[in-house]
Structures are given as C-alpha cells and as structure tokens.
Design a protein around this ligand. Structure first.
Ligand code: UDX
Length: 443
C-alpha cells in the first residue's frame, strides 16, 4: 500500500451510497475513481449531474470533478490499476417474496474486480448484507484474484440517511470495520483519519459483528417507529392523543424523541427491505424466533397504510368510487425523490384501485412516481393537485405541505377535508379555517 495521504480509492457502484461516498472522499482529499456498469449513469456523473435528488451533492460533485481528484469509469481493469483500496457500494435489493437479500450485484462486483488484482489490495464492503456474506466473499476474492490472499476483504457498514448523505458521510456518528487483518484496519483508519481525529468512535470488530451492526440498527429504528404507531392504534380507540403521548415519552432520555414520530410509517430502500432480509437470514440460521417480533413491526407498519385509506374513506361517506382525491407527497420521505416502498404511493394507488380519481403532487419525485404508477394522475403544484378534491391526504411531510395555507387551499377544493398522514399540520389552525381535519392516532 502507498502512504495513507496519497491513497487512491475506488468506489464500485455509483448509486445513492456510492456516488455520495465518492464525492465526499474526493472532498476529503483522496484520489477517487467511481465505477458503475451503467454507462448512462457514468456519463451523467462525468458531466457533474447527480442522477437522484440529494441536497448538497451536486455542488460537491462539480467541485470534486474540477479538482481532478474524482473521475468515473465502467472499466474494472482501470479501477484495479488505479486504486489500492476498493469500496463496494452496490445495492442489495429484496430478492422475492421470501424477503431475502439479492446478492447478485455484490457477487458480480467481486467477480469482476478480483481477476484484475495483481498487487496487494484491500477491498471493503459497505453494502448492507446478510450476516455471513462477507466471510464467503473474502474466500471468493482470494480464490479469484491472481494475488490470492493478498487481496483482503473487510466490511464497513454505512449509516447514511437519504437527504443527509453528505453530512452523514463527512461526519458519521461512528465508523465500524469488520476485519482481523491489520492491513485492512490501517487502510480504513487512514480513510477516516480526519473523522477519527475529530472524535468519531472507531470500532474494529469481526466480519459478522460489522454486518450485524447495520441490520440491527435499522431493525431498532423500524421497531421504534412501529412502537409509536402501535400506540397510535391504541390511542385511536382509547380516546387518547398519540402526539402528546410521544412528547411525554420523549422526555425520558432512555427513550428519546427521535424516530418516535407517529404517522403513516416507514418506507424507502432500506428499513422495509432490511428487516425482511434480517428475518430471512435468521430463519436460515435457525434462530427465526429471535426476530419474529420484526414480523409484527412490519405488520404494524402496513396497517398504518390501510388505516389512512380507511380514514379518508370515512371522511367522504364510505365509498371512493367516482370521487376526486388529492395526495400530497410521493417520495417515501421529504427531501428525497426516492419512491421505493413509498407509503404515500402505496396509499394513493390503493385509493385509485377503489375507483377514485387520484391526483398526486410531490416537489421532487413526480417523474419517478409517474413512471412507476401510470394509473395515477399528476399535477405540478399543490394547488393544481387539490382542484376539485373531495378529500386531501398529506402523506409525505415536505416543508411546502407543512406550511400550506388552509385558506388558500380552501379556494380550490370541492370539500374542506384533510387527512394528515404525517401529523405535520396544526389541527387547531386547520379546523379554525373550516376544515374537517383527521390524523392518525388522534381524536
Ligand atoms: C435509514 C436509516 O436511518 C439509515 O441510518 C440507513 O443507513 C438507511 O435507512 P433512510 O431510509 O434514508 O435511512 O430514511 P429515514 O430517515 O431513516 O426514514 C425512514 C422512514 O421512516 C421514512 O419513511 C420516514 O418517513 C419514516 N419515519 C421516520 C417515521 O415514520 N417516523 C419517524 O419518527 C421517523
């Protein structure tokens, strides 16, 4: 390996995780090459365009390209020649109904890279994988690389949140590296030296523990959200208010207020798929009962979607057929154009399947939504979407919707009825403007 400060790094896979990682490492001063098998994506990145919505990443990419420290390729031979440290950042989507993770992209990355490794090299996986995967990949890497066991593999999970990817990469709350190789540890320490100097905890574990850190963190977060949503279910029938309940719980710092926001529940490319893959892996390992609570976490989450649909149906008199419905939000959360497992689109398409004319508006995710759900109608502003609505549903809490003016919205709808699926609005304010306001977990 060359000296740390001159370390050249490759990032394999330039999706959300890889593109963010590549631009951030170039910003930190490393020489970085990003690789993807998708030529179109590489062309976009080369021209300084980020193929998804991520605040701050465009600027960082442009800057890094201008410094000459960041470039892109589709050629594994070039990557192997250029870098001493390779970071695997490809996706691990849900395979099928079993919920297990599909490892074809991680396997392909190792299979394509390994035959070009002719000098001692460190490969570090960052993708989220089922526990046990890294050990198998390490053996596969050494078997396929001409340099043999001098091609070493470690696993270092990431914890990026979409919408905060740059911040979470440059200022992570911890760095975990699974390895028993001093060379791998040294390379990863060098990569994050600045962060470690700033006090970011650096944990060295075995491969299995590193893999588990990521999935158990996401399982915990999903559980916390479903916990408060279960309390919302109880509150609805018991006559309580889940917002006040969550606030009261949050002052106990053992519980804390983060990820205790009741509403339509979690979606996105990580939490839903990661808990399912974790259950599938536990099943394979023969410890299925240990994670059976996650089945309930998933079920609570799905029930919130059904409940939101029910509340809207009640509000319009029991039948969606022929009614006009407005859905505010398509992304799985605000400040993202990601619609993977989006609760908002799931509810919108259910309501459309029940016979309503559904119009969706989202500040960033319209194009993706249109492609995935051609059965829905789309508008390019909140007011246009709400024209003639019998009921409006707020399903992704973009600032634009939180700050909506109930009086202005009232001028375009047919009926002043709103379902606040994210507990994002002030009920008193909306009711004072003549709206019938309903929310999850509240009276
Ligand atoms: C998540 C993890 O936070 C991150 O650490 C991991 O690396 C990837 O998965 P992300 O998918 O970007 O990140 O979204 P996150 O901000 O965690 O939100 C997930 C979902 O939970 C969203 O649909 C959000 O609306 C929902 N959520 C979040 C709630 O319903 N209530 C809350 O209180 C918080």
């Amino acid at each position: 390996m060359v000296e740390a400060e001159r370390m050249r790094v490759s990032v394999i896979g330039t999706g959300y995780l890889g593109a963010t990682t590549a631009a951030c490492l170039a910003e930190l001063g490393f020489e970085v090459i990003g690789l993807d098998v998708d030529e179109a994506k590489i062309d976009l990145l080369r021209s300084g365009k980020v193929p998804f919505y991520e605040p701050g990443l465009d600027e960082l990419l442009t800057e890094s390209l201008q410094t000459g420290r960041l470039h892109f390729t589709t050629d594994f031979a070039e990557v192997a020649e250029f870098a001493d440290l390779h970071l695997i950042c490809v996706g691990t989507p849900q395979r099928d109904e079993s919920g297990a993770a599909d490892l074809k992209y991680v396997n392909a990355a190792i299979d394509s890279l390994a035959p070009h490794l002719t000098r001692p090299t460190v490969v570090v996986g960052r993708s989220t994988v089922p526990v046990g995967t890294a050990a198998t990949l390490a053996a596969r890497l050494a078997a396929l690389a001409p340099i043999g066991e001098e091609a070493e593999l470690g696993w270092s999970p990431e914890f990026l949140r979409e919408g905060f990817g740059v911040e979470d990469t440059l200022r992570p709350n911890r760095i975990v590296i699974g390895t028993d190789s001093p060379r791998v540890e040294k390379a990863v320490r060098a990569l994050w030296q600045q962060q470690v100097d700033e006090g970011v905890p650096f944990l060295v574990t075995d491969l299995q523990t590193a893999e588990l850190v990521k999935v158990s963190a996401n399982a915990f977060l999903a559980t916390k959200i479903s916990f408060i949503n279960a309390m919302a279910e109880v509150s609805e029938v018991a006559g309580a208010d889940v917002i006040q309940l969550a606030e009261a719980l949050s002052y106990d710092d053992r519980i804390g207020g983060k990820f205790l926001g009741p509403g339509l529940g979690f979606g996105g490319g990580c939490l839903p798929k990661d808990i399912r893959a974790f259950m599938a892996r536990a099943d394979e390992l023969g410890v299925e009962p240990a994670l059976s609570f996650l089945r309930e976490v998933d079920a609570i989450n799905q029930r919130r979607r059904a409940r939101t649909t029910d509340i809207a149906r009640q509000l319009i008199g029991g039948n969606f057929a022929g009614r006009t419905v407005t859905v505010l939000g398509a992304a799985f959360k605000p400040n993202s154009d990601d619609i993977r497992d989006s609760p908002a689109l799931d509810v919108a398409s259910t309501i459309a399947s029940l016979g309503a004319h559904v119009t969706v508006y989202d500040p960033a995710a319209l194009e993706r939504a249109r492609e995935a759900h051609p059965e829905l109608n789309y508008a390019t502003s909140m007011l246009d979407a709400a024209r003639g609505a019998d009921v409006v549903l707020l399903l992704t809490e973009w600032a634009e919707f939180r700050e909506a003016n109930p009086e202005e919205l009232a001028t375009v709808v047919a009926q002043k009825r709103i379902v606040d699926g994210r507990n994002a609005l002030d009920p008193t304010y909306w009711r004072a403007s003549g709206w019938t306001y309903r929310a999850l977990g509240r009276q």
